[in-house]
Design a protein around this ligand. Structure first.
Ligand SMILES: *[C@@H]1O[C@H](CO)[C@@H](O)[C@H](O)[C@H]1NC(C)=O
Ligand SMILES: *[C@@H]1O[C@H](CO)[C@@H](O)[C@H](O)[C@H]1NC(C)=O
Ligand SMILES: *[C@@H]1O[C@H](CO)[C@@H](O)[C@H](O)[C@H]1NC(C)=O
Ligand SMILES: *[C@@H]1O[C@H](CO)[C@@H](O)[C@H](O)[C@H]1NC(C)=O
Length: 388
């Protein structure tokens, strides 16, 4: 959707300004004659080693280049609106100020077991963060004054349903109302910080991309969840997968809330147990697919929230109190490559360095999933492990 300047724009832009347009056909004629001439020369003197097939494909190459591309299908009103709005949002500048804040948005079921740990993390950074809590099951009981009064109006969230995306949008809509919020981090109740606040703030604020997990999985848990009912708006080649725990810049938060075209396709055609026994989970596909289509180079393709799937179970590794050591946190913090595994029989492992503004850096700022019982041990070593 970006890059509205196709190659077709170039001749128009290159034409000297102020010249009458009647001059244009002349140089086009000259150009065409030159191409024809060169084709005739090639035809009359074909290089010995090439077959006529080769010649034909060469001619076709030339034709491909010189003929305008096949006209794209006619877009619907919704698609034109989406193209215009997203294009405009992506062209906007969002300069950071001294007063810029990061919005920490907690998507929880009830109370937050790590509130006291987060309080340690936030301490001394007034004016540089804001907190929003969406609690889908019961009203949280807060133990930290930083979290009191920060609950937003919430609704029930069903696992894998569009209501999960709705809750994420609800959090964003609340957080966007504070014009100082420039970065938006989605966290769960089992997430903990890995670094101190300054490190996290600089990591997110001094880059111009969003950290949205995104990869192409040809297997049953990736492409296998795509529905052709999404055509022609979303093609199978556009379909992506990724963890839902995003950290996005303000521009992308606005883009996400402005979208109804793609959102509606997911709401209708991506849900658990649809079309027989096929499962699709919007929270794992909507954001990766949307950003892959709207602004592929604007996302890092990995999430800054670490999770360990290496045990190969349906749920990621859960850390208990006894697992919490300085070494464990150091190990997670030192990872500077992101991994994705396809869900087909080949189980292809895609391993890429985490490039932050072009340089290799540790990938993760936060981690999940931790049992509530881990809080004591985490509190004890937080100032030790978070200080680098
Ligand atoms: C990011 O990269 C650009 C160009 O490589 C550089 O000018 C800029 O200073 C970098 N930003 C940071 C925070 O390192
Ligand atoms: C981010 O900044 C770099 C230079 O530091 C630039 O090359 C790149 O195009 C920018 N990306 C986006 C999405 O604005
Ligand atoms: C993310 O992946 C897309 C292709 O899917 C690529 O164009 C983009 O450059 C990647 N982002 C970064 C920051 O490398
Ligand atoms: C942090 O923990 C490591 C490993 O237990 C230890 O070697 C180091 O001295 C500790 N640092 C501080 C400042 O307590």
């Amino acid at each position: 959707m970006k890059g509205h300047k196709g190659w077709l724009d170039i001749p128009i832009m290159a034409a000297p300004r102020g010249k009458p347009s009647s001059k244009r056909p002349l140089w086009i004629l000259v150009l065409i004659s030159l191409v024809c001439l060169s084709l005739i020369v090639v035809y009359l003197h074909p290089p010995q080693q090439y077959s006529s097939c080769y010649l034909l494909s060469k001619v076709c190459d030339h034709l491909d280049y010189w003929l305008p591309p096949v006209p794209a299908r006619v877009l619907t009103d919704e698609e034109i609106i989406s193209k215009a709005v997203i294009g405009d949002i992506l062209s906007m500048q969002f300069p950071h100020k001294k007063s810029s804040k990061i919005a920490f948005m907690f998507l929880t079921a009830g109370s937050l077991p790590f509130e006291k740990l987060w309080e340690k993390f936030f301490l001394g950074n007034d004016g540089r963060f804001s907190i929003y809590i969406h609690s889908s099951r019961e009203k949280p009981i807060h133990v930290s004054p930083l979290f009191i009064g920060r609950d937003i109006r919430s609704e029930k969230v069903s696992w894998g349903q569009i209501s999960m995306v709705d809750a994420e949008k609800r959090l964003l809509a609340n957080a966007l109302q504070d014009a100082n919020n420039q970065y938006f981090v989605l966290l769960s109740d089992s997430c903990v910080p890995l670094h101190n606040f300054d490190y996290v703030y600089d990591y997110l604020m001094e880059t111009n991309i969003s950290f949205v997990d995104c990869f192409e999985d040809p297997g049953p848990l990736g492409a296998g969840r795509y529905s052709e009912n999404m055509l022609p708006v979303i093609e199978k080649k556009d379909w992506r997968k990724g963890s839902q725990w995003f950290s996005i810049k303000r521009q992308h938060a606005i883009l996400l809330l402005s979208d109804s075209l793609y959102y509606t396709k997911f709401k209708l055609f991506c849900k658990p147990a649809m079309e027989g026994n096929r499962n699709c989970y919007s929270d794992e596909h909507y954001l990766p697919t949307l950003f892959n289509m709207a602004d592929p180079t604007g996302i890092a393709n990995w999430s800054v929230t670490h999770v360990d799937w290496s045990e190969g179970k349906w749920h990621p590794k859960l850390y208990r109190a006894e697992d919490i050591t300085f070494e464990l946190l150091k190990k997670i913090k030192s990872i500077d490559e992101n991994f994705h595994v396809t869900s087909d029989a080949k189980k292809v492992i895609m391993q890429k360095p985490c490039l932050w503004n072009g340089t290799r850096r540790p990938c993760y700022l936060f981690a999940r999933k931790f049992y509530p019982e881990a809080i004591e041990n985490l509190m004890n070593i937080f100032s030790n492990y978070s200080d680098f």
